[in-house]
Design a protein around this ligand. Structure first.
Ligand SMILES: *[C@@H]1O[C@H](CO)[C@@H](O)[C@H](O)[C@H]1NC(C)=O
Ligand SMILES: *[C@@H]1O[C@H](CO)[C@@H](O)[C@H](O)[C@H]1NC(C)=O
Ligand SMILES: *[C@@H]1O[C@H](CO)[C@@H](O)[C@H](O)[C@H]1NC(C)=O
Ligand SMILES: *[C@@H]1O[C@H](CO)[C@@H](O)[C@H](O)[C@H]1NC(C)=O
Ligand SMILES: *[C@@H]1O[C@H](CO)[C@@H](O)[C@H](O)[C@H]1NC(C)=O
Length: 207
């Protein structure tokens, strides 16, 4: 994520970097979640913060923008104020986006039952909420890396080529002229020294 520092005049809150995978069926049954419940304060179950958070999260899936797959909103005042952002992967249909975001907002509440700040990523969307400002602010954390169970044989070559590929996508994602700030490409010739690597990057569109 540190490579984003070369973009001083543009601020992107969170960038999702995932290996590309095709949506095989409309709603695959298995989704692996990566999430972080941040230890920056807790709310209690009968607090205004909880009420605001519930209201805000329940508004995400119906209001998420179908042009860019993005949603940002806040409810509440002062210490009870909750900010939320959500982003769907660029290749989803609006109905898929709503479905996955609804699932993700329910999951994040289940997995982070009393933290004031949390973020959840899965293959199809990202949801984040916080009592602190999160719109249009560059953040290198929270960040999570996930890995598949597959191994590469030549790690030196793989990481060198991966680095080139990811770096080549930053500008295309950030300056994409479409409402969805994403880019995808493959690199390599698919032999044992140059495995075919696929990459996908997507930024939130709040600048
Ligand atoms: C979200 O989707 C996953 C996979 O389909 C499912 O196992 C899980 O129960 C869903 N979560 C909620 C809160 O509905
Ligand atoms: C918040 O609650 C979690 C358990 O859900 C606990 O581990 C953590 O220490 C609490 N954080 C604070 C700041 O009280
Ligand atoms: C990948 O490598 C790890 C250890 O280096 C090993 O435990 C694991 O079984 C390997 N996975 C596959 C799919 O070969
Ligand atoms: C890359 O090579 C592997 C192993 O030789 C093969 O299974 C795979 O289908 C190839 N992928 C593409 C996109 O050609
Ligand atoms: C949400 O982000 C958009 C830019 O995508 C910005 O124009 C708008 O003011 C933001 N909304 C809130 C509530 O901050």
């Amino acid at each position: 994520m540190s490579s984003w520092k070369w973009l001083p005049s543009f601020i992107f809150l969170v960038c999702l970097i995932n290996l590309v995978s095709i949506v095989k069926s409309q709603f695959p049954t298995q989704i692996s979640f990566l999430y972080e419940c941040q230890n920056n304060g807790n709310y209690t179950s009968n607090s205004p913060y909880k009420t605001n958070l519930d209201n805000l999260l329940s508004s995400v899936s119906t209001n998420i923008n179908t042009n860019n797959g993005f949603y940002n909103n806040s409810i509440g005042e002062n210490s009870d104020r909750v900010n939320v952002i959500a982003l769907c992967r660029a290749d989803l249909q609006p109905s898929q986006c709503r479905y996955y975001v609804e699932n993700a907002t329910a999951e994040i509440l289940k997995r982070c039952p009393n933290q004031k700040q949390a973020i959840l990523w899965h293959e199809f969307c990202m949801v984040r909420y916080s009592n602190e400002a999160i719109f249009g602010i560059l953040a290198n954390s929270p960040m999570i890396s996930g890995r598949s169970g597959e191994n590469v044989t030549n790690t030196d070559v793989f990481y060198r080529e991966l680095d080139v590929l990811l770096n080549s996508l930053h500008g295309h994602a950030a300056f994409n002229s479409s409402p969805k700030k994403f880019a995808a490409a493959t690199r390599g010739v698919n032999d044992s020294n140059h495995p075919l690597i696929s990459a996908f990057e997507q930024c939130t569109p709040d600048t």
